[in-house]
Design a protein around this ligand. Structure first.
Ligand code: 7PM
Length: 277
C-alpha cells in the first residue's frame, strides 16, 4: 500500500500526520505577503520537526459565512508558501484547493498532493488534477460551506457518504486519475450533525473497505466541542482522542493543527500494533 507524492513514496498502511498551514489573511494578522510566507514556512518547519509527513497549505477559508476568495487571491496566497516549503523542507506539501489553476500552479511549485474538499467537482478540476499526475484526496461535503450546517439530513449517512465518494472515484478514474493515486475522506463537519460525524467515525473500518486509503480531519472541530462542551482553544485532548481512534481504525493520513501531540498518539498505537501477538 505505497503511494508516490512528487518523488516521495510513502507506506500508507501506516498512519501519517498532516499539519495544517492556513494562509488565509485572518490566520496571520499582519497584512504583508512576505511576513505571511515567512510565518507559514516557520510553522511548517516546526511541524516537520514534530514528525509531520505532510503539511496542508490552504488559502481559501471553508468557514461557514467566509467571503469567497478569487482565484488570483488564492494563487497569490498559496503559491509562495508551497514553493518555499517544498524547496526548504523534507515534507509532502498538500495543496488544499478546489481551483484548477491553483492545482496546476501548486504542482509546478513542488506540491505532492491535491486536497480538494469539493472532490474535484469544480469546472476543470478533474482535468487539472490528471495533468499534474499527483495523488488526490476526494472529500465528501453535503451542501456548500456557507449553509452546509443548517439541518443536514441523510437516508443513511455512512452509505450516502460512501456512495458519493465512489461516484467521484468513478468520474476521476474515467478521466485518467490512476486508482492507486486516490485517497478518500468522509469530510467530518462538512454538512453533518454530531451524530452523523460519530457514526462516520465508528464506520471508518467499513469506509476503508472501499479499497482506498483514508485521510481524516477532526482537529478542534465542532463535533468535539459538542461532546466535551469545550471551546475551540480547549479541544486538544479531544482532538488527540479522535486521532488515536483514527489510527486504530487504519486511517492513513490524519490532518491536525497539533502535530507533536498527535504524532505521540500515533506512535503509541503503532507500538501496540507491532507488539500484538
Ligand atoms: C472553518 C471550517 C475553518 C472548516 C476550517 C475548517 C478538512 C479539510 C478542512 C477535512 C480534508 C478545518 C476545516 N477540513 N480537508 N479541510 N479533510 N481533506 O477545521 O476534514 O480544518 S478545513
Amino acid at each position: 500500500m505505497r503511494m508516490k507524492f512528487a518523488g516521495r513514496e510513502l507506506d500508507l498502511s501506516r498512519s501519517h500526520v498532516m499539519g495544517i498551514v492556513n494562509v488565509t489573511p485572518d490566520s496571520f494578522s499582519d497584512g504583508g505577503q512576505y511576513n505571511t510566507t515567512e510565518l507559514a514556512v516557520q510553522r511548517a518547519r516546526q511541524m516537520v520537526a514534530d514528525g509531520a509527513t505532510f503539511v496542508d497549505v490552504g488559502g481559501e477559508s471553508t468557514r461557514p459565512g467566509a467571503a469567497p476568495v478569487s482565484e488570483q487571491e488564492e494563487l497569490d496566497r498559496v503559491s509562495p508558501v508551497v514553493e518555499a516549503i517544498a524547496r526548504q523542507l523534507d515534507v509532502v506539501v498538500s495543496v488544499d484547493t478546489s481551483s484548477a489553476a491553483v492545482m496546476r500552479e501548486g504542482a509546478s511549485l513542488g506540491a505532492g498532493l491535491i486536497n480538494d474538499v469539493r472532490a474535484l467537482q469544480r469546472e476543470g478540476a478533474v482535468e487539472a488534477a490528471v495533468e499534474t499526475g499527483l495523488p488526490v484526496c476526494l472529500m465528501h461535503m453535503k451542501g456548500a460551506p456557507g449553509t452546509m450546517q443548517e439541518r443536514p439530513e441523510y437516508r443513511h449517512v455512512v452509505r450516502d457518504v460512501a456512495a458519493f465518494l465512489m461516484d467521484r472515484v468513478r468520474v476521476c478514474e474515467s478521466a485518467g486519475v490512476p486508482a492507486d493515486q486516490i485517497l478518500l475522506d468522509p469530510g467530518f463537519g462538512f454538512g453533518k450533525s454530531a451524530e452523523h460525524n460519530f457514526q462516520l467515525l465508528a464506520a471508518l473500518e467499513q469506509m476503508r473497505m472501499l479499497g482506498y486509503p483514508l485521510l481524516v480531519g477532526m482537529s478542534r472541530k465542532t463535533m468535539l466541542g459538542q461532546v466535551t462542551g469545550r471551546e475551540v482553544s480547549e479541544r486538544l485532548p479531544a482532538s488527540v482522542a479522535a486521532a488515536t481512534i483514527s489510527a486504530l481504525k487504519g486511517v492513513s493520513v490524519i490532518r491536525v493543527h497539533d502535530v507533536r501531540e498527535t504524532v505521540d498518539a500515533v506512535r503509541v498505537v503503532e507500538a501496540m500494533q507491532s507488539a500484538a501477538y
